[in-house]
Design a protein around this ligand. Structure first.
Ligand SMILES: Cc1cc2nc3c(=O)[nH]c(=O)nc-3n(C[C@H](O)[C@H](O)[C@H](O)COP(=O)(O)O)c2cc1C
Length: 176
């Protein structure tokens, strides 16, 4: 399928069936993340793959609202994306590029996924999401949480976008 068509179909999926994500598909999502562009090619990222239900339940409390907590606890896998802020001043952008690549790949191969923001967000206990998650994933001080990609078999999938409905008035052409 051509790339624009895949992008048109990509949607955030927040309800999962509880079935397991096949290992070969998880690997493709991780490969898509590792293929991401990064500032000066620094690739400052590390990924932690979480499949343990107890750890997913802990990760759910990295956010202070029920909506994000529910979908995180329901996911089959979370890919936690960390970046070394000492390695690249573009670490947030680099981690975000990883998230986008993985999210699009997941949708393209029939997995449901949703971005769970970490950077700048607050955990249920009032700490930053980063400080909270660090307590049980034990990553070094120079790494910071960017976001996690939640993955599961989709229980439902929102409609694709229509190319004709895109707000092309957001695009401005320089006038000569
Ligand atoms: C930077 C960023 C952070 C996001 N954080 C969350 C989040 O914490 N929880 C959530 O449910 N969705 C999150 N999303 C998903 C957006 O809500 C979603 O992309 C948007 O509503 C558009 O819907 P679509 O992805 O189906 O096109 C995030 C997306 C981005 C790009």
């Amino acid at each position: 399928m051509e790339l624009l068509e895949l992008m048109r179909r990509r949607r955030s999926v927040r309800h999962y069936t509880g079935e397991a994500v096949p290992e070969d598909k998880l690997k493709m999502v991780l490969q898509a993340g590792l293929l991401s562009p990064s500032g000066k090619g620094a690739r400052p990222w590390e990924f932690i793959v979480v499949r343990n239900k107890e750890t997913l339940a802990k990760l759910a409390l990295s956010r202070d609202n029920a909506h994000n907590q529910r979908m995180t606890a329901e996911a089959d896998v979370a890919i936690v994306v960390l970046c070394d802020s000492q390695k690249a001043d573009t670490w947030v952008e680099d981690g975000s590029a990883v998230m986008s690549n993985m999210h699009l790949m997941a949708d393209a191969i029939g997995l449901g996924s949703c971005w769970l923001q970490g950077h700048l967000r607050t955990a249920a206990d009032g700490q930053s999401a980063d400080a909270y998650v660090r307590q049980f994933l034990h990553y070094p001080e120079n790494y910071s949480l960017v976001a996690s990609l939640l993955l599961g078999i989709p229980a439902k999938h929102a409609d694709p976008y229509e190319l004709e409905s895109l707000p092309m008035d957001k695009v401005h052409y320089e006038e000569f």
